[in-house]
Ligand binder design. Structure first.
Ligand code: AMP
Ligand code: TRP
Length: 337
């Protein structure tokens, strides 16, 4: 046991590469938080199958996502980095929580509504509907206090809090009530071609999506083509200049510099220079990450061994919480033989 604060987060292995929004909104933040906290980071493959998937691709993307966590600086000996489906307790607790989740409550989840619209009602499944309940199980199994996520996940963490409080009041103190940790400035990175919508792995066009694993030349080209405005001034103004504001945000986070120092440096120099500078910073960061990922993927047995070890560590914690929850709701314990 440590006296560090328990922290939990996860990402879906839903693409071959993570995108810049995942890197800034999640990984960078996780990396900063892992030292001071007892951190659990999962690759949520059970969440990824709530929309149609290709089995071979899912398997490969799960390894690739793990490799990207590690290459970006998540240390699998300091943090517990594992694959969600390797710990059966997630699905088991999710079932319990399903039984205390209101149908109307789940129907109000905006991400469910968005995804249902996007995928068409014929392919919307009960699994997709219950997605946030599984996420609640992820968090509650580990008694996590802090959940670092992007703005889009705030509502799911709120639901998690509601479910934990409801379970506790109905069955007795069982779960820790978690809190979302959302870094305001970087909570939302926007699509470079469409700077009022979120950069996303599932965007219709990939022209405005920067992939962590893209060739540096491709990344640089996408940044040079980013949508800006006709005004020409390098000024941070989210309302009127969303494209430039997004570029400045990305630059500031990745170079670890203040927005105002960037405004000063690029004042009167135009967008071309700003983009060139940004492209250097982004490819300078992602280039080495990409190389490390390729190295890790070249030895899948070692990667799998690491994941198995971490899953054992996760299961130890999760199984204790699950047993407690089973007992609280009145499930008959299976006698030891
Ligand atoms: P997902 O790709 O939806 O599994 O998201 C994984 C994590 O990345 C979550 O914490 C999201 O909130 C975060 N994230 C995804 N896209 C962005 C974005 N465009 N800006 C900031 N954070 C993001
Ligand atoms: N739903 C999250 C997303 O799409 C991923 C996720 C699953 C998660 N379980 C979690 C995030 C638990 C934080 C904690 O980004």
């Amino acid at each position: 046991m440590t006296d560090k604060t328990r922290l939990y987060s996860g990402m879906q292995p839903s693409a071959e590469s993570l995108q810049l929004g995942n890197y800034i909104g999640a990984l960078l933040n996780w990396k900063k938080l892992q030292e001071a906290n007892d951190a659990f980071f999962s690759i949520v493959d059970l969440h990824a199958i709530t929309v149609a998937q290709d089995p071979a691709l899912l398997r490969s993307n799960t390894r690739r996502t793990a490799a990207q966590y590690i290459a970006a600086g998540i240390d699998p000996s300091a943090s517990t980095l594992y694959v969600q489906s390797h710990v059966p307790a997630h699905a088991e607790l999710a079932w319990l929580l399903n039984t205390i989740t209101g149908f109307g409550e789940a129907s109000r989840m905006t991400q469910f509504k968005d995804k249902s619209l996007r995928h068409g009602s014929d392919s919307v499944t009960v699994g997709l509907f219950a997605y946030p309940v599984l996420m609640a199980a992820d968090i509650l199994l580990y008694d996590a206090k802090i959940v670092p996520v992007g703005e889009d996940q705030r509502q799911h963490v709120e639901l998690t809090r509601d479910l934990a409080a409801r379970f506790n009041s109905r069955f007795g103190e069982t779960f820790v009530i978690p809190e979302a940790d959302i870094v305001k400035e970087t909570a939302k990175i926007y699509d470079l071609q469409n700077p009022t919508s979120k950069m996303s792995k599932s965007a219709e066009s990939h022209a405005g999506v920067i992939w962590v694993l893209d060739e540096p030349s491709v990344t640089a080209k996408k940044i040079m083509r980013a949508v800006t405005d006709a005004d020409g001034g390098v000024v941070f103004d989210r309302e009127n200049k969303p494209g430039v504001a997004n570029l400045l945000t990305i630059y500031s986070v990745m170079a670890n510099r203040s927005i105002s120092s960037l405004e000063d440096e690029y004042a009167g120099r135009g967008y071309g220079d700003l983009k060139k500078g940004l492209a250097e910073v982004v490819t300078g960061t992602f280039g080495p990450i990409r190389e490390r990922v390729l190295e890790l993927l070249a030895d899948p047995a070692e990667l799998d061994r690491l994941l198995a070890q971490n899953a054992d560590r996760a299961a130890e914690v999760a199984n204790v919480t699950l047993a407690k929850a089973y007992d609280r709701v009145g499930l008959l314990p299976r006698p030891r033989r």
